[in-house]
Design a protein around this ligand. Structure first.
Ligand code: SF4
Length: 267
């Protein structure tokens, strides 16, 4: 069992197991720390910088990212100082410059007192470089279809050699976790398309439901689901049915997972 660590957030005494991050400990205590890139299902990467806090005590006094900082005995964390609020507002303005119409981002900005941005250039591509899509594709799906290219302002998410991805399975998880809608998944007739502002990432022909005949999932995604069902639950899936038909039949087979919830239920 992990040793328990005692530290403070905003003056409140907190006890958390060693190895816990400050953000995790704060969430357990219902202490609000904003973040965009951090999802519980994904390993933290500290890309959005919104979860900053002033820290001292066990470490040199500095501003650090709470999603990457592990708790330490005697650590003192302050999440709402004027310095933190000012830096957070600047970060939100910069993010809004990239994605001025995202509801998740606008809500977060409003909650932190930011109603507009000085950095609206009209060159937005909606991507705030949080990396959720890259991480979910790599760490949860295991497809490695998305990657980063370039540095600084030119940094962006794309596919290998910026071509249609041969590794993408068309699961749509990247589009689901994107907080700004920068990656989109569109089904038209029998075709599924994954795309961003400037690039089509992948295209697929959709497989039809054996029951109702509706095109609903890619062949690669169904293969992926079958392998997961066999590996994790010992189930040999033979039915290819859309979520609606499975739901109607009320049979708990793995392909009952709605695509809108996608593979998350398997994690
Ligand atoms: S749709 Fe393709 S790129 Fe997006 S998470 Fe799934 S495999 Fe990765």
């Amino acid at each position: 069992m992990a040793a328990m660590i005692n530290f403070k957030i905003n003056g409140k005494n907190i006890e958390a197991p060693a190895g816990t991050t400050v953000l995790e400990a704060a969430r357990k205590e219902d202490i609000y720390i904003p973040t965009l890139c951090c999802l519980e299902a994904l390993e933290p990467e500290g890309t959005c910088r919104l979860c900053i806090a002033e820290m001292s005590g066990a470490i040199r006094q500095s501003i650090r990212i709470t999603c990457l900082q592990e708790v330490k005995e005697g650590l003192i964390v302050e999440t709402e100082t004027e310095r933190i609020k000012k830096n957070r507002r600047l970060i939100l303005e910069l993010l809004l410059g990239r994605s001025p119409y995202s509801k998740e981002l606008l809500d977060l900005a409003a909650r932190n007192g930011v109603m507009t941005s000085r950095f609206l250039t009209g060159e937005q591509d909606d991507c705030i470089r949080c990396g959720r899509c890259v991480r979910v594709c790599r760490d949860k799906i295991g497809a490695y279809a998305l990657c980063w290219v370039n540095r600084g302002y030119e940094r962006k998410v794309t596919t290998d050699f910026e071509r249609l991805s041969e590794y993408c399975i068309g699961c749509g998880s990247c589009a689901q976790v994107c907080p700004t809608g920068a990656i989109k998944m569109e089904d038209r007739g029998q075709e599924r398309k994954l795309y961003t502002w400037g690039q089509v990432l992948a295209r697929f022909k959709l497989e039809k439901c054996q029951e109702c005949g509706r095109p609903f999932a890619t062949k690669k995604y169904l293969e992926w689901m079958k392998q997961r069902a066999y590996k994790h639950k010992g189930l040999d899936v033979v039915d290819i049915k859309c979520p609606e038909c499975v739901r109607k039949a009320e049979r708990p087979v793995p392909l009952a997972v709605p695509l809108s919830q996608g593979p998350f239920q398997m994690w």
